[in-house]
Design a protein around this ligand. Structure first.
Ligand SMILES: [Mn+2]
Length: 430
């Protein structure tokens, strides 16, 4: 038995309070879905097998350029972070893996692996950090890392990524995600072509160090911290990178890394069509890279992204297995509650996308019946699938209402008494 953070009897007692209502809701929804030939249990089973990785950095309180307001019981190190991540998984049964960020989470691989095993957690993609300096490093990343004009700085950044692969390999990870802050703040500051050539050469060196069963994800981002241009600014450049590097290289789509109103679901479709969709950093956005909770601002967009994923699944696209990860920053909520809710919203979008009548949709598309085609999507989106999500959690040993159960467990108060309070005041984006 693994070392659980939330006592099984707390989950059982909370579930007991809600079991009868869930049974009734699930049965009513089952009847409704049966009328259109959908077996609710088949959908519930698929939802129960859908997992998303939690970011280790997400369980700490984030911040903005202006300030950071620490929360109670903030994790002190990666082992505290893993315990917080375990809480999310114990209650949702949707997040059995954690994505680490190096050097923030650097630790003895044996200890990391042992802690993960004890909590029943695995390790998802490793994330390198060459967008900030550590006190002991020889060359600064102030003017870039993998694309820096200085060869020694580039070599140091490549070496850091290789170190991430080696650590990841020792703990069972199978992917490296590379996002760089490289770019320019002024027109003329950098030669776009030379800079991208240097980036590609550095990435090729990292790619060479990749084990055979690993994947390399490159993440595009329109702006920030470079405000005039970034080296990997959009999905087109990202696609060129993945295509240039080889079969183990894929594009990672972070939902917040696009201009407002960008048709992200269409980008997803294109990347799927050409075999280069590596996976996602789920979050939500209003204006920029806001790192808001998944599904909190534009749940319909999240659904439309999942509609493309389910469409690919439905068509049996070869080698289609995108990595699902959350990438959020929590400033005003308990990070554990935000991550619980985000994992649920992501599963909700998946469940709704599973309900799309794809035969009918194809018929309406072929008949140029725009109204009924879009109505077919809306019909699935409007379905309240909460009972499916709750039943999937309950069957897997999780909580029918995970946030209420988390609050009832008193976990935050317990860790607040064990972990020293952190003073606020400093700025800094997580
Ligand atoms: Mn991201």
């Amino acid at each position: 038995m693994t070392n659980q953070q939330i006592a099984a009897d707390v989950i059982a007692a909370e579930n007991e309070k809600r079991a009868a209502a869930l049974k009734s809701d699930y049965s009513a929804l089952g009847e409704k879905l049966a009328r259109t030939g959908t077996d609710i249990d088949a959908v519930t089973s698929k939802v129960a097998e859908f997992f998303v990785a939690v970011p280790s950095w997400g369980v700490g309180t984030g911040g903005t350029r202006f300030a950071r307001f620490p929360g109670l019981g903030e994790p002190r190190h990666i082992f505290d972070k893993l315990e917080d991540c375990s809480v999310i998984n114990e209650l949702t049964r949707a997040t059995p893996t954690v994505s680490l960020h190096i050097p923030w989470d650097k630790a003895d691989p044996k200890e990391l692996k042992a802690k993960g095993d004890a909590l029943g957690l695995g390790f998802d993609a490793m994330n390198s950090n060459t967008f900030s300096d550590t006190p002991d490093q020889a060359h600064s990343y102030k003017y870039g890392s993998l694309s820096h004009v200085d060869a020694a700085t580039r070599a140091q950044a490549v070496e850091h990524n290789i170190e991430c692969i080696e650590l990841g390999n020792a703990i069972g990870s199978k992917a490296l995600t590379v996002w760089i802050g490289d770019g320019s703040n002024f027109p003329g500051q950098s030669n776009f072509t030379r800079q991208f050539e240097r980036y590609l050469a550095s990435m090729a060196d990292i790619y060479k160090a990749l084990p055979d069963d690993w994947r390399l994800f490159s993440e595009h981002k329109m702006y920030e911290p470079a405000f005039y241009s970034t080296v990997v600014q959009d999905w087109g450049t990202n696609f060129l990178i993945a295509q240039t590097l080889g079969d183990k290289a894929f594009c990672l789509v972070d939902l917040g890394h696009h201009a407002p109103n960008t048709n992200i679901e269409m980008i997803v479709a294109r990347l799927i069509q050409f075999g280069k969709l590596g996976g996602f950093h789920f979050n939500d956005s209003k204006y920029g890279d806001d790192d808001l909770d998944a599904g909190s601002v534009e749940p319909y967009r999240l659904f439309l992204v999942f509609n493309e994923l389910v469409d690919a699944e439905h068509r049996g696209v070869k080698g289609f297995h995108p990595a699902h990860m959350i990438d959020q920053s929590h400033n005003v909520t308990d990070p554990i509650e935000s991550l619980i809710s985000s994992a649920n919203e992501i599963r909700r979008a998946y469940a709704q996308a599973l309900l799309v009548d794809r035969t009918a949709l194809e018929g309406f598309q072929n008949d140029n019946d725009a109204l009924m085609a879009t109505e077919t999507l809306k019909r699935a989106y409007r379905t309240d699938v909460e009972a499916i999500l709750a039943e999937a959690r309950r069957r897997a040993g999780g909580a029918i209402d995970p946030v209420a159960t988390y609050r009832a467990s008193g976990y935050r108060a317990r860790v607040a008494s064990e972990r020293p309070a952190v003073k606020g005041g400093s700025g800094g984006i997580v």
